[in-house]
Design a protein around this ligand. Structure first.
Ligand SMILES: [Fe+2]
Ligand SMILES: [Fe+2]
Length: 237
């Protein structure tokens, strides 16, 4: 089935709707809200990558653009790894995460093909083609978008409230934070969340207070500031 621009916009609108409002204090609401914020950020980040395909950036500013584009793939991979290793085992059972897992698997192969292409362009073994990049991404964007919406439905707060003890979710939240600390490279993995958060002050969860004037420590932003200039909300340095 063809996945149209209307389908894309509808799916993004659903993520946006579930990501609305301030950070919930009720953990049953928080689980879905946090996931929706993350999915929305990944999609907004994706749109910023896609926007550059037909510009001169992939050729004239190849190192920075490709750094930004490859980081997007890494962000999606990390998100799925945390789910597979920490969140799904905590939720399942009673929540059936089998379909979400299958969608991760389905996504993997075409995502890897796109990643390999970006790496080949980076190493100089292939030249940049917006057409080829577009074709490769069309193989997984529809799967990813549907997955990003469906996964939010399985985290329905009313269903969680009925079947899962609060303590399990609190433990899961802590485990995600601890695993993220080990897995994440702060100077690569945190800036793209901060610069694709719609200027929110309550997300992503970081160990400092985000304010209008202070979004992220400069030592985390500077190492790849050339990448982040392609973000939807880069820092004005
Ligand atoms: Fe997710
Ligand atoms: Fe997922």
């Amino acid at each position: 089935m063809v996945y149209t621009t209307e389908d894309f916009n509808r799916d993004l609108a659903k993520m946006t709707e579930l990501a609305r409002g301030d950070k919930p204090t009720d953990i049953f609401l928080w689980v879905q809200w946090e996931m929706a914020r993350t999915h929305r950020a990944l999609v907004v980040f994706w749109l910023q990558v896609r926007k550059q395909f037909s510009t001169s950036a992939p050729v004239d500013d190849a190192e920075n653009f490709l750094g930004f584009a490859k980081q997007w793939v890494r962000s999606v991979e990390l998100h799925h790894q945390l789910e597979e290793e920490v969140q799904f085992p905590a939720l399942n059972p009673p929540v059936d995460t089998g379909k979400s897992h299958d969608e991760h698997v389905e996504l993997m192969q075409p995502l890897q093909a796109y990643k390999s292409y970006l790496e080949s362009v980076s190493s100089g073994s292939e030249s940049w083609s917006a057409y080829k990049a577009d074709e490769l991404t069309q193989a997984f964007i529809p799967i990813m978008m549907r997955h990003f919406v469906e996964e939010l439905y399985i985290l329905d707060p009313d269903a969680l409230r009925k079947f899962i003890p609060k303590e399990t979710l609190e433990g899961m939240r802590q485990d995600v934070a601890e695993t993220a600390k080990v897995r994440l490279d702060p100077a690569r993995d945190v800036p793209p969340l901060v610069t694709h958060n719609d200027d929110a002050l309550d997300w992503p969860p970081v160990p400092w207070k985000i304010t209008e004037d202070f979004k992220i420590p400069l030592e985390l932003y500077q190492p790849h500031k050339g990448w982040w200039k392609y973000s939807s909300h880069p820092l004005e340095l």
